[in-house]
Write a protein that binds this ligand. Sequence first.
Ligand SMILES: [Zn+2]
Ligand SMILES: [Zn+2]
Ligand SMILES: [Zn+2]
Length: 274
Amino acid sequence: MKLQYLGTAAAEGFPAMFCECEACERARAAGGKNLRLRTGMIVNDTVMIDFPPDVMTVSQHFGVRLSAVRDLFVTHSHHDHFDAEDLVMRRTGVFCRMKDERPMNVFMNEAAKARLDAHVGREGYDPYLNMTVIEHFGTYESEGGLRFTYLPADHAPYEKAGFYVIRDGEKTAVYMHDTGYPPEESMAYLKTLSIDFLSMDCTYGPRDNFHGHMGIPANRRVVATLREAGALKADATVVIHHFTHNCGLLHEELEAEVAKDGFLVSFDGMIVEL
Ligand SMILES: [Zn+2]
Ligand SMILES: [Zn+2]
Ligand SMILES: [Zn+2]
């Protein structure tokens, strides 16, 4: 399984668009891995998780061919994870011309579907999007045979936000964004797995935050709980991801912070091969 981070910041980006705080100014001055676009991932070059507002930018920066994306799995309706208006650019014959004109499969919760409905217009989705409204604990299959299970997140309580377990029959990946410390029913499910890859919400960096989003102390508790249950393989790749200026730390400082934990710190374009 090939996993590529397309963006690694929360909604405001990092450095944040309008911000002059110390963390943002330091990130601007340092550049490189400290310049973070809004969060998204592409799996096996053909399945996207979330559709952030920077999707066009990442497609140009990292050579991601959006025409090759056959499936899109949306975590929740927040605009940094789901730019509904830009998804309309997939409308073949109008905004794009594609060799393969089959619709893209989009899996999303009701709240994300409602946001998309508001932007699609009277022409409807046909023929460019094939929509599935997903439910917690449901498992949905991509065209390439990846199975995505949608687990409840501690995030955006006004909608059924979730995160994904991804399985290809051999490897198991967990993409835990956006969420606070996983709700009990999600943790119970995770404990039954044998996880090869774990990507965790780290919006608050070193800060002690367990609800809505996580910081490193919550990340450590997730890993300790899964290890204790025997659900995280000894050689699993563990990544912290989804940062803001509220975490206060630059890339190398985050790396130093979690060096003894063995966690990797995501950066835009980072590829993990399982
Ligand atoms: Zn987010
Ligand atoms: Zn800032
Ligand atoms: Zn969110």
